[in-house]
Design a protein around this ligand. Structure first.
Ligand code: F3S
Length: 279
């Protein structure tokens, strides 16, 4: 049985930086340290951080003192203001690519464009971008949804950083028929795009794909969709123990890819488990 791991699988620059900042903050802090929401969508990493004294909270109101870390997904600016007003020290670990999306969204609205935000409305990154523009954007997840949008003089478009380029192209193309002027910023992160391309190519040459990452991770879910669209049996797992030997029957080549919130040690455990079952 041949196992091939996608070269770009696992932690991206933004996630690595956020986790590193969380560990450094925990080591240096003289006060309690919190993250607003789990630092990344990976329960295993969140547990390791908890052992270091970094606790995830849902709301600012759950914290009365100490340090609050803003995760890589970012937050609306009012949340940072509120944290400071409450006397908390803010460590902002928002990924620079997410910051860029927030800034460009703000610029489009300021210039008078009707903003369309391509993404998952329930995702914290999208909530952060929406908050940055005072909630005036329309969030859609697919080109068909542009059909119900009113005709406007000027539409501006940005995407959640984990969207696929195909989806953004389809939305831009569909919107052209509904406006005189269209301004599109490609805010999809390079790390996401490269990983998606590599996952598709890997899926095309194996018999089974394992996609590793939190079940609540948007970019991992997208990798699962891409792999399935390539027509290969695909399993979404978080840890090595979830691998079922029955999946590997008559399988000669296995591809392993992982969302950007998956640490290297989890990927290594999965490869070891596969090798063990293969024996
Ligand atoms: Fe940032 Fe891209 Fe990672 S947006 S958090 S580098 S997936």
């Amino acid at each position: 049985m041949q196992i091939e791991v996608a070269k770009k699988a696992g932690h991206c620059f933004g996630v690595k930086t956020a986790i590193q900042k969380a560990f450094e903050t925990a080591r240096a802090a003289q006060a309690p340290v919190y993250t607003l929401g789990p630092i990344i969508h990976n329960p295993q990493v969140v547990k390791v951080l908890e052992k270091e004294g970094v606790k995830a909270v849902k709301n600012l109101s759950d914290v009365s003192e100490g340090v609050i870390i803003i995760r890589s997904h970012g937050v609306p600016p009012r949340v940072i203001d509120e944290a400071r007003e409450r006397g908390l020290t803010v460590v902002d670990a928002t990924c620079p690519f997410v910051k860029r999306a927030q800034t460009l969204a703000f610029k489009l609205v300021e210039e008078g464009y009707d903003l369309v935000l391509l993404g998952d409305a329930a995702h914290p990154e999208v909530e952060g971008i929406l908050g940055t523009v005072g909630n005036v954007a329309t969030v859609i997840s697919a080109a068909e949804q542009t059909l119900v949008l009113p005709r406007r003089r000027r539409y501006g478009v940005i995407a959640q950083t984990t969207q696929s380029l195909d989806n953004l192209q389809q939305v831009a193309s569909a919107l052209l028929g509904r406006t005189h002027e269209l301004k599109v910023f490609n805010t999809i992160c390079n790390a996401t795009t490269a990983l998606q391309i590599e996952t598709r190519l890997l899926a095309e040459r194996v018999d089974l794909m394992l996609v590793v990452g939190g079940r609540n991770s948007a970019n991992t879910t997208r990798l699962v969709e891409i792999s399935r669209a390539a027509g290969v049996p695909t399993q979404h797992i978080e840890i090595a123990d979830e691998i079922e030997p029955a999946w590997l029957e008559r399988v000669k080549r296995i591809g392993v890819t992982a969302g950007t919130s998956t640490p290297d040690w989890i990927i290594q455990e999965i490869v070891q488990q596969l090798q063990q079952i293969g024996k």
